[in-house]
Design a protein around this ligand. Structure first.
Ligand code: THU
Length: 137
């Protein structure tokens, strides 16, 4: 049984895979599926900058490719590459919107902080008055 604490630890671990020669910020994500499986992601940067992809989207897209669309939570950990997490690294707006495609407003995000601590926020808090497939008629 994966706990939020274990999910946050997996997000911290995922930072180790980040490819971040430009920003120097490594980010890791760990996405918990409803069936209990976990998908990790890291940010992958590009010399053209625009093609850079965030850790959260890597985790979501890996899961979706494997046929998973029901998610129970995500942990995110970020900070200067090679250093411990010193504070929140909040998900960007694009990643919040990608999560909204598959997750309800009560979906929990566990955002890593210093010393193994984390904060829990819902997607509804982070993306209020959101646009989703429910608005597509
Ligand atoms: N980044 C993420 O991986 N997730 C976010 O939600 C915000 C930003 C990455 C993108 C880039 O590689 C670095 O952090 C600095 O923006």
């Amino acid at each position: 049984m994966t706990t939020p604490e274990k999910l946050v630890a997996l997000a911290r671990e995922a930072r180790g895979q980040a490819y971040v020669p430009y920003s120097g910020f490594s980010v890791g994500a760990a996405l918990l599926c409803a069936d209990g499986t976990v998908y990790q992601g890291c940010n992958i940067e590009n010399a053209a900058f625009g093609p850079t992809i965030c850790a959260e989207r890597v985790a979501v897209f890996k899961a979706v490719f494997d046929g998973k669309r029901d998610f129970a939570g995500i942990a995110v950990a970020g900070g200067r590459a090679g250093q411990e997490v010193t504070g929140l690294f909040p998900p960007c707006g694009v990643c919040r919107q990608v999560l909204r495609e598959f997750c309800g407003l009560d979906f929990p995000l566990y955002l890593a902080k210093e010393d193994g601590k984390f904060e829990t926020h819902t997607l509804g808090e982070l993306l209020p008055i959101s646009f989703s497939n429910a608005d597509m008629g």
